[in-house]
Ligand binder design. Structure first.
Ligand SMILES: NC(=O)c1ccc[n+]([C@@H]2O[C@H](COP(=O)([O-])OP(=O)(O)OC[C@H]3O[C@@H](n4cnc5c(N)ncnc54)[C@H](OP(=O)(O)O)[C@@H]3O)[C@@H](O)[C@H]2O)c1
Length: 278
């Protein structure tokens, strides 16, 4: 039995799909099991990762637990309960090193990894760089006016498709021989912000504009969805990314045997999100 947390999210839903397609028995954690509508016969169970005792029953009878980090989760307490219940191995969603040195975001992920190591359970770490899906935040402005409002037009990232993150998580979850492996994931190519806007425009068949925000304006926009310290860290990562070309990381190929999906493939799959009539 494999326990998938974050199972109703963009990445977790795809993990569930991959695992059930491979014939695995999957239990999927969500705060709202009644609304989960999961693929492939996965069984949704209730639990809040910020409340360890609510997750305890979900660990019973589980061989491998995939942990999706949520802000403020008491990860060491969750791991203690997993161990007590007999979970044999942990697959953790972590993060690759980000531009500009260890930001708060990166330090938090490394602290999760440290907690997993300290638990004594065998582990596999999946360390993606930025997600292509982060660009879905551009969808309302593109739908409304064919324009992206962002700072740092020249920031270079090599974002990874959430389906590739999920494929690596699934491969790691299905194979005990992946214990002790750390997979660092990026997409196949470094792309600046305006290069991603251009690809999106080509895929959508529309001429997209770019309005440059100041770093402070971007910070204010990010702070609507993130704690202020995380918004600061995100701005710092993008500022540092203007001075470099993003590295290409080998983890998708290492874990799955095939190359990572391109930004154009991702954009085509998500095109409906950017269409005005959605
Ligand atoms: N390198 C990176 O960029 C990196 C690395 C690691 C993680 N991340 C994070 O990963 C996210 C992107 O992943 P995604 O698109 O799959 O996320 P998503 O679509 O936003 O899904 C979030 C998931 O988390 C679950 N969740 C949230 N709070 C929870 C709680 N207290 N207890 C239990 N479950 C909880 C939700 O489940 P329910 O609502 O059903 O309970 C949902 O399944 C981003 O927010 C990013 O910050 C990024």
């Amino acid at each position: 039995m494999i326990l998938v947390t974050g199972a109703t999210g963009r990445t977790g839903r795809r993990v569930v799909h991959e695992l059930t397609a491979a014939g695995a028995a999957v239990r999927a954690l969500t705060r709202r099991p009644g609304e989960a509508r999961l693929p492939g016969g996965a069984v949704a169970v209730p639990g809040d990762l910020r409340v360890p005792e609510s997750v305890e029953p979900a660990f019973e009878g589980v061989d491998v637990a995939y942990l999706f980090p949520v802000p403020g989760w008491p990860v060491a307490d969750l791991l203690a309960l997993a161990r007590k219940a007999g979970v044999r191995r942990i697959v953790l969603l972590s993060s690759a090193a980000l531009p500009g040195g260890p930001s708060l975001i990166e330090r938090q992920h490394r602290a999760h990894e440290d907690a997993v190591r300290a638990s004594g359970l065998p582990w596999t770490f999946v360390r993606p760089t930025a997600f292509m899906a982060d660009d879905l935040s551009w969808a309302p402005a593109i739908r409304a006016g064919d324009t992206v409002h962002n700072a740092f037009p020249d920031a270079s990232l090599a974002p990874v498709d959430e389906h590739d993150v999920a494929a690596v998580v699934a491969a790691a979850s299905l194979d005990d021989d992946r214990a002790g492996h750390t997979y660092e994931l990026s997409g196949p190519e470094p792309l600046t912000t305006v290069e991603r806007v251009a690809i999106l425009g080509e895929v959508l068949g529309r001429d997209l504009g770019f309005t440059e925000l100041s770093p402070q304006e971007l910070r204010t926009a990010l702070a609507a969805d993130h704690p202020p310290a995380i918004a600061d860290a995100m701005v710092g990562v993008l500022a540092a990314a203007t001075a470099t070309t993003a590295p290409i990381l080998p983890g998708v190929h290492q874990a799955t045997g095939r190359p990572p999906r391109t930004y154009a493939e991702w954009a085509a799959r998500h095109a409906d999100h950017f269409r005005p009539d959605r």
